[in-house]
Write a protein that binds this ligand. Structure first.
Ligand code: SF4
Length: 365
């Protein structure tokens, strides 16, 4: 049977219209339905006990709530408590990955109980960055608004905790799915829906200049991370085909424009790949770009992907690159990806599952 449309992608007016189509006009019914789904996170109409049984039956015959089902989860054994999960989209059985990341342990040894979720925005990706597992299988399709939100509901159920921070850094280019991303951001930030503050949301882009312009005008003050990974056009184009569509001469002015309207500092993500972008010339150009944008830099030593030729630089090369930035006054963090042991780099779990499908949808830990 075809998957029924999910209510997770609907705002209040759309929920009211869905109820009106079933002959239910009273606005308090919309409030009740909204409260069950968005405040209580109830995903089964039968449990909505203050709705009349007949309305519950009608809703269940026309709509679903969860648009996806978690089919695998892998918890890191490394102490980071990172949990990567694979979900099957009920609409067409496609697979996507999401990563739950608990807060780091603080200086005093306390673990804050804030939870971050890394969300996928597409099935696969059309952008084909040469170092990325998601790009290897190409783009299947963009996720619907309900599927973007469904990852949050699934994560909360796995973590038994509300998600506090969202990073759109999973599979896909979020700004290439801007038509579904913007309604999702409205639902996520609306106090009567998910109520996650915009400052707790980071959108990561590979440099989609057109989408950036639309994100800027939507009025939701999210944070921005840019996957730069090369500080000159020749290096960037070598590993990120998007640079041929929007080279640095277009991307950097767009980011300056973003910075002028945003109160948050831009983060430049820079994966260090041995012999590709880890030389002193690249660090010098990166210093200039970061200065121009008043940005901070997040350096990430490359996480090896099966079947790809790239390697992580030696540790002293990474440290030298980082010190070069710091010596020039650029705020710089150095991050090893959490969950190394669970294929935390985006797209690896899905790719493995596609090439050797599991016999059942049993959750493995
Ligand atoms: S790094 Fe991001 S934009 Fe590039 S191929 Fe991977 S998912 Fe797509």
């Amino acid at each position: 049977m075809a998957q029924l449309p999910s209510l997770l992608g609907l705002n209040r007016e759309q929920l009211a219209a869905a109820l009106a189509e079933l002959g239910e006009q009273k606005s308090f019914r919309t409030s009740q339905l909204q409260e069950w789904i968005w405040k209580k996170r109830v995903t089964d109409f039968e449990q909505m006990t203050n709705l009349p049984p007949d309305l519950r039956r009608q809703l269940a015959s026309r709509y679903s709530i969860m648009p996806l089902q978690v089919v695998e989860q892998h918890r890191s054994q490394s102490g980071s408590a990172t949990c990567k999960f694979l979900s099957r989209l009920l609409r067409d059985d496609e697979l996507i990955e999401s990563v739950l990341i608990p807060a780091a342990v603080g200086k005093d040894g306390d673990r804050s109980n804030r939870v971050t979720l890394c969300v996928s925005s597409q099935v696969g990706c059309a952008f084909g960055c040469r170092f990325c597992a998601s790009g290897l299988l190409g783009l299947k399709r963009s996720l619907t608004t309900a599927e973007l939100i469904g990852q949050i509901f699934a994560a909360e159920s796995l973590a038994c905790h509300r998600v506090d921070n969202l990073v759109f850094m999973g599979m896909g280019e979020p700004l290439a799915n801007i038509d579904n991303l913007l309604p999702a951001l409205h639902l996520i930030t609306d106090p009567s829906f998910l109520a996650i503050g915009a400052r707790h949301i980071t959108i990561s882009t590979s440099g989609h200049v057109q989408g950036l312009a639309r994100l800027k005008t939507c009025g939701i003050p999210v944070r921005l991370a840019v996957s730069l990974h090369g500080a000159t056009d020749d290096v960037r184009s070598q590993i990120m085909p998007v640079n041929r569509r929007w080279p640095l001469s277009e991307l950097l002015p767009a980011l300056e424009n973003w910075r002028r309207h945003s109160k948050h500092i831009i983060t430049l993500e820079y994966i260090l790949i041995s012999g590709v972008n880890d030389d002193p010339q690249q660090s010098e150009h990166l210093v200039n770009i970061a200065r121009r944008l008043h940005a901070k830099v997040n350096l990430i030593p490359y996480n090896k992907v099966e079947r790809l030729p790239w390697e992580r630089p030696e540790e002293d090369v990474c440290r030298r690159f980082c010190h070069e930035l710091i010596n020039h006054g650029i705020p710089c963090t150095f991050r090893y990806e959490k969950g190394h042991d669970i294929d935390a780099a985006c797209g690896q779990l899905r790719r493995r599952r596609i090439s050797s499908p599991a016999k059942s949808d049993k959750i493995s830990e």
